[in-house]
Ligand binder design. Structure first.
Ligand code: NCD
Length: 300
C-alpha cells in the first residue's frame, strides 16, 4: 500500500514498473488516467525536483495536487504531532507524498495514514523514489542494471539517495569514496562514510584522491553534495572530490555521471555539456517518468 522503504521493492516489481504502460511524458497525456484523483505533497524539508516532479507527473495524468511546500507554514509549526498531521492529510487526498527530517516518520505514517504514503525523504535514512529513478537512469544509460562498476562519492553518511540506491544494486561492483572533513583544531578528520546499517563487506572503500585513477574503469560515477544542514559541527574544512571535464573525459565513452542534485562545488560546471553528464536532463526527466509510473501503479 505505502512506499516507505526500498526494502519493499523486489526485482519483479521493479522490472514491471520500468516496463509498464510506457506512459508518455507528454503533459497532455490523453487518457488522463488519474482524473478525479488528488495527491497531497507535504514537504517539511526543502525540495525542488522531488516535489515538482511528483506534481508534474500528477498533472500529466489529469490528477489534482494540493501542496505544503514548507513545513513552517503548516500546523507542525504550532506543535501539531505527525500522527495528527497524517490523520488530517488522509482526509484530503488519495495519496500522500511526504518529506520530513524525523527519520522515524514512516512508522507513524504506517499507523495513522488512511491512504497510501510515499516516502520522499526521511531525515538522512531513505529516499526510495529517487533510488528508483537513479536505477532507471542506470538502466537507460547502460542497457542493464547489473554487472557494472559504480563509484559513489560525496557525503555517504547523510545521502539518503545513496542509502536507498545501494540496496537496489546487488549484482554490481561498488566503490565508495567518502568525502572527509577536518574540524576543531585541524587535528580531527572525519570520513563521511556509510552508516553501519548500510555497510556491506562487498563494497570497496577508496580515498578521494584515488578517484582519478579509478575513473577510466567506472561505468557510473554517482556524486552527492555535503549535507551541512545535518552537521552539528562548526565550519568544517571539506575535502571532497571535484569532477572536472578533463577528468570526465578519462571515463569510458559509454559511462555516466549521476547526481541527485542540488550540486554544489563537487561537479565543475564545465562537465555539464559532457555527454556523460546525465544529472540535468536525463536524470530529471526520468524522475517525472518514474513518478508517473508509480502514481499510476498506486492509485489509478
Ligand atoms: C536529495 C535529497 O533530498 O535527499 N535531493 C533530491 O531529492 N533530488 C539530495 C540532496 O539533498 O543532496
Amino acid at each position: 500500500m505505502h512506499l516507505l522503504s526500498v526494502d519493499q521493492l523486489d526485482k519483479n516489481y521493479i522490472e514491471k514498473l520500468f516496463n509498464i504502460h510506457k506512459i508518455p511524458m507528454d503533459r497532455e497525456f490523453y487518457d488522463k488516467p488519474l482524473k478525479g484523483k488528488t495527491i497531497v505533497t507535504f514537504f517539511a524539508e526543502p525540495s525542488t525536483r522531488t516535489r515538482l516532479s511528483f506534481e508534474s507527473a500528477m498533472y500529466a495524468m489529469g490528477g489534482n495536487v494540493i501542496s505544503v511546500a514548507d513545513g513552517d507554514t503548516s500546523s507542525l509549526k504550532k506543535g501539531e504531532s505527525l500522527k495528527d498531521t497524517f490523520r488530517t492529510l488522509s482526509q484530503y487526498a488519495d495519496l500522500i507524498v511526504f518529506r520530513h527530517s524525523n527519520p522515524d516518520w514512516p512508522e507513524i505514517a504506517q499507523k495513522y495514514s488512511r491512504v497510501p504514503v510515499i516516502n520522499a525523504g526521511n531525515g538522512n535514512r531513505e529516499h526510495p523514489t529517487q533510488a528508483l529513478l537513479d536505477l532507471y537512469t542506470i538502466y537507460k544509460e547502460l542497457g542493464s542494471m547489473e554487472g557494472h562498476k559504480i563509484l559513489f562519492t560525496g557525503d555517504l553518511e547523510n545521502s539518503r539517495t545513496i542509502h536507498s540506491l545501494l540496496k537496489l544494486l546487488p549484482n554490481n561492483e561498488i566503490y565508495l569514496a567518502p568525502t572527509y572533513i577536518v574540524f576543531g583544531t585541524g587535528q580531527t578528520v572525519h570520513h563521511l562514510s556509510l552508516p553501519n546499517n548500510y555497510k556491506s563487506e562487498n563494497y570497496k572503500t577508496v580515498l578521494t584522491h584515488e578517484i582519478p585513477n579509478l575513473l577510466p574503469e567506472m561505468d557510473i560515477v554517482y556524486m552527492t553534495r555535503l549535507q551541512k544542514e545535518r552537521m552539528t559541527l562548526y565550519h568544517p574544512e571539506v575535502y571532497n572530490f571535484c569532477m572536472t571535464n578533463d577528468l570526465a573525459q578519462t571515463m569510458k565513452t559509454k559511462s555516466a555521471i549521476l547526481h541527485p542534485l542540488p550540486r554544489l562545488t563537487e561537479i565543475d560546471e564545465n562537465v555539464d555539456d559532457n555527454h556523460r553528464a546525465a544529472y540535468h536532463e536525463r536524470q530529471i526527466k526520468n524522475g517525472v517518468m518514474i513518478r508517473q509510473m508509480l502514481l499510476y501503479n498506486m492509485i489509478a
